[in-house]
Design a protein. Structure first.
Length: 391
């Protein structure tokens, strides 16, 4: 297959119904204005620090895709359109987000170099830029396993993985030493980026009580966070649990989206195989892949708020850089046959012409490429609640 890997602790302290209903508070608290297209790669000047980190996104950079404009139009079920009128939360700049992008490099080598290309800027706009209304977004370039490595079957080999993780670890240590300045951190990663973050959190954050105090939350999507069966820890992490509430901090939001049960040889959704190998999790016995519903944080069903750059999903009459599509999809965590996943179902018939054309890659991958954007409005609200609860 040639598709790249883009690749409950305390009781809930607020009504789940409120969290679902309050999703549209995102229009008041969470999103900040407007997204132009990512700047051309040739115009980008990588920013470096003393340890030679190359930053894709860094506060203060002249060309930063993570601070692209974010103005959003909500496309309603009756084709009505309304603006998201929002502002940056008052505490946003008191928090950092550390974002690790998925497999996008089109370089012919097995591991990418550190040159900023259009592929990296585009994915940073599409996945990370909306979070800049909540935090200072830092995104290092790292020597990820490329699409070529994935297609050649080399993306899961020890040397390729070690090269990718080693470069990310160096960037994290540099950021922590020179740029963090004591701010709490939200980690964000998808697919290979999620796998790299699992390694980073397991080796650097989970064993350290001091660094765990800095953890607001970790949004780790399509990366196979594993837990012991029936537990919220005991797999990927010993001390960092899955989140049981949007008001809980120091925890992980993790899921992989599917339209139906993942296949037996699925790359995501099943422990000890596929993307789990990239994070060093080769054991499935006694383990399950964690699923945290970003809407309800329970086993119940909730409404997703998909958000996409308008250049990706164009709805008629929308001229803003971003579009939101409420009331189209629901989500529910499922476990069956050894798999764990976020079941995504359509509310309206697929013939609706302004519905984002979300791609179902079948039982191997599901909605993997859309893990982030299918629930982006919900995830932004989650971060807003977590930052409000953090102390």
């Amino acid at each position: 297959m040639t598709t790249a890997i883009e690749i409950a602790r305390r009781p809930l302290r607020r009504h789940h119904a409120c969290i679902t209903a309050c999703v549209w508070l995102v229009t008041v608290f969470v999103l900040a204005a407007a997204l132009p297209l990512a700047p051309a790669a040739a115009s980008l000047r990588p920013l470096q620090t003393s340890s030679h980190t190359v930053w894709l996104c860094r506060p203060g950079a002249a060309s930063d895709p993570c601070t692209s404009a974010r103005t959003t139009t909500s496309v309603g079920v009756n084709f009505t359109k309304s603006a998201f009128s929002t502002s940056v939360t008052s505490r946003a700049k008191s928090f950092d987000c550390f974002y690790v992008y998925p497999t996008v490099s089109a370089e012919p080598s097995l591991n990418s170099d550190l040159a900023v290309q259009k592929e990296e800027t585009d994915i940073a706009v599409g996945q990370a830029s909306q979070f800049s209304s909540m935090c200072n977004v830092w995104a290092p370039m790292y020597r990820q396993a490329t699409k070529a490595a994935l297609e050649d079957g080399e993306a899961f080999t020890p040397q390729v993985i070690a090269t990718a993780y080693g470069s990310l670890l160096a960037a994290w240590k540099d950021y922590l030493a020179h740029d963090n300045d004591g701010r709490p951190v939200v980690f964000i990663g998808h697919s290979q980026g999620a796998a790299m973050l699992i390694r980073l959190l397991r080796t650097q954050i989970d064993p350290s009580a001091r660094l765990r105090k800095k953890l607001v939350s970790a949004i780790i999507l399509g990366g196979n966070v594993q837990v012991a069966k029936g537990s919220d820890v005991g797999g990927s992490f010993h001390h960092i649990p899955t989140c049981a509430s949007a008001l809980e901090t120091g925890c992980v939001i993790a899921y992989s989206t599917f339209a139906s049960e993942p296949g037996r040889d699925a790359v995501v959704g099943r422990p000890g195989q596929g993307v789990s190998i990239q994070s060093g999790q080769t054991t499935g016995r006694g383990q399950q892949v964690a699923c945290v519903n970003p809407v309800t944080f329970t086993s119940g069903t909730g409404d997703l708020v998909p958000m996409y750059p308008t250049v990706v999903h164009q709805a008629a009459g929308v001229t803003t850089p971003w579009s939101a599509f409420p009331d189209l999809y629901t989500a529910k965590c499922m476990t069956r046959g050894g798999a764990g996943w976020l079941q995504v179902d359509r509310i309206l018939p697929p013939a609706r012409d302004d519905r984002p054309s979300v791609t179902d890659e079948g039982p191997m991958w599901g909605y993997h490429l859309d893990d982030m954007n299918l629930a982006l409005g919900n995830l932004l609200l989650d971060v807003a609640f977590e930052e409000a609860a953090y102390h």
